[in-house]
Design a protein around this ligand. Structure first.
Ligand code: MG
Length: 251
């Protein structure tokens, strides 16, 4: 699929899709505490998406059985929510959510601490989030796509963490996954030139230990091979004439 450049009208719809998704994340984030099941978080996200008049884009995507991906500790992404998976103090939980507003998709992920987490784990959460911001400093016209990848890699390498390679960021628009793919690890090539009107989901997935991951038997849940924790941070962004605009986060 070709890379799409959004018109001014489309950008307005993407902005609204992003703004509404931030509300969904805020609501889900507010219920996280020890004792809550991963299914309850999914139900909260699904309810808010529909209350906002939108459609959850992950539900049934490739057969995914829920609206929100809820991944705990060593689960990297695509965790399937379960009634019997109960969060406990010291866990981390990654919530990946997306919605469709008037035909336009948004996609964002946050990793939350459940109660108090160890210093090591907090450092992983902070570094993963910051790596997104380091990456998008490069997301401006005149630069190339892999400048984003290389900036994420350069920042994370200082921590000795593993960067997931099997899953990458992506273009987004009238489809959840559009070209281009956006790796979070160092690339030898430059990649395509960045052009105003591109909308991209930039989403570093960072492991405390090895970068290697495996798929569980449910064929969805991706876990770290060494069972050490993993964090995920994602926003949908817009390439503009200058600084990138983050569509799913308004500080
Ligand atoms: Mg994504």
């Amino acid at each position: 699929m070709a890379v799409t450049i959004k018109s001014a009208k489309e950008i307005e719809l993407m902005r609204e899709a992003g703004r509404l998704l931030e509300i969904v994340h805020d609501e889900m984030g507010s219920i996280i505490k020890p004792g809550v099941s991963t299914m309850e978080i999914n139900e909260c996200g699904d309810r808010v998406i529909r209350k906002l008049g939108c459609v959850p884009n992950f539900l049934n995507y490739g057969g995914f059985p829920a609206s929100i991906c809820v991944s705990v500790n060593e689960e990297v992404v695509h965790g399937v929510p379960r009634r019997d998976h109960i969060l406990k103090e010291g866990d981390i939980v990654s919530l990946d959510a997306g919605l469709i507003y008037k035909g336009y998709h948004s996609d964002a992920a946050r990793t939350h601490a459940v109660g108090k987490v160890s210093e090591d784990v907090q450092r992983l959460l902070d570094a993963t989030k910051q790596s997104f911001f380091e990456g998008i400093k490069m997301a401006r016209p005149g630069n190339h796509l892999y400048d984003i990848s290389n900036a994420i890699d350069a920042y994370i390498s200082g921590f000795g963490y593993g960067i997931v390679q099997d899953l990458v960021g992506h273009g987004i628009g009238t489809s959840l996954h559009e070209d281009p793919q956006i790796p979070n690890f160092r690339q030898k090539k430059k990649g395509m030139k960045l052009i105003p009107g591109m909308t991209l989901a930039v989403e570093p997935m960072i492991n405390m230990g090895t970068w290697k991951v495996v798929w569980l038997e449910d064929e969805w849940t991706v876990v770290t091979r060494d069972h050490k924790p993993s964090a995920h941070y994602e926003n949908t962004i817009l390439i503009t004439d200058g600084e990138p605009e983050i569509l799913t986060l308004h500080i």
